[in-house]
Design a binder for this molecule. Structure first.
Ligand code: G
Ligand code: G
Ligand code: MN
Ligand code: NA
Length: 256
């Protein structure tokens, strides 16, 4: 209850922040875009991760407001960086949408309004959703995802491999990319099984015409293995920690 009340105040009083973690093309090392990651600068508890308040946000229905706030903030912010790099290909932006938010009847309207308001190119936007969202078999969610995708927005499956392994949804939903959960990347050098899983996910994705993003890359040897496997994109502390908006211009200028 206290957390819920605090969270309502946080939205009003500007205590929320967005960090941006670079996503890199594994083949070239070039930064292609960023994942927006929500943080809460709590006056007493310090900097909180969504892991600390996502449950409360979901239960209270505040999650919609939070996801939309992040989307608006990040679309406006990435446009500013984009304008400073006129010759570069458009920077992509990945945002996390919770299942509850994707089930809201007005999610499509809200998303299109934010794109229009910020002028952000829908083709450069990716929505990250978890496998569980696709396993609800909700006709409304399916139609919402199809309409969002028709705008040009990409749909990326987050934490891939950790949900119920029902691969059928990859055929029945308009998915664009899989993000291999970081637990597999973490173990891929020490466990033969994890290494095989990563190899299999990359090869399956290629056969299905999907892109693959590896999360949680912390070691050069992991990056090398992923490059050899033909993984498209990578993200992780080795490449960059999540950065504050103030840190991004220097990061982009640093040849990334
Ligand atoms: O950044 P960090 O590892 O602390 O994120 C913890 C979890 O919070 C991750 O599962 C991530 O997907 C989720 N998350 C981060 N930002 C957002 C957001 O804006 N909306 C939603 N729904 N989840 C987010
Ligand atoms: O669930 P989702 O993939 O959206 O969550 C991303 C989370 O992973 C973020 O909270 C981010 O801070 C965290 N993260 C990003 N890179 C790494 C990494 O290399 N190692 C670890 N342990 N966490 C990471
Ligand atoms: Mn994510
Ligand atoms: Na993830």
């Amino acid at each position: 209850i206290t957390l819920e009340r605090d969270l309502r105040r946080a939205v009003r009083q500007g205590e929320l922040r967005v960090l941006y973690q670079p996503i890199v093309a594994v083949g070239t090392g070039c930064t292609v875009g960023f994942e927006a990651l929500l943080r809460w600068q709590h006056p007493e508890r310090g900097l909180l991760s969504p892991a600390d308040f996502l449950g409360v946000a979901e239960e209270s229905g505040l999650i919609q407001e939070l996801d939309r706030w992040v989307l608006r903030e990040a679309c406006a912010q990435v446009r500013v960086w984009q304008r400073r790099l006129p010759a570069a290909p458009p920077l992509t932006l990945s945002v996390n949408f919770s299942g509850r938010h994707l089930a809201a009847p007005d999610v499509y309207t809200a998303l299109s309004a934010i794109l229009a308001e910020t002028g952000f190119d829908p083709h450069a936007l990716r929505i990250e959703l978890t496998e569980s969202v696709l396993l609800t078999h909700s006709q409304t969610t399916r139609e919402t995802l199809e309409r969002i995708r028709r705008l040009g927005v990409g749909l990326h499956i987050d934490d891939f491999g950790t949900g119920y392994s029902s691969l059928g949804y990859l055929q029945s939903y308009p998915v664009d990319a899989l993000k291999i959960d970081r637990s597999f990347i973490d173990r891929m050098l020490s466990s033969q099984g994890s290494a095989e899983l990563v190899r299999t996910i990359v090869s399956m994705a290629k056969n299905l015409g999907l892109r693959v993003v590896a999360e949680g890359i912390e070691l050069p040897a992991q990056l090398e293995r992923l490059r050899a496997l033909g993984c498209d994109y990578g993200q992780g502390y080795l490449l960059s920690r999540p950065l504050t908006p103030e840190q991004i211009p220097a990061f982009l200028a640093g040849g990334n």
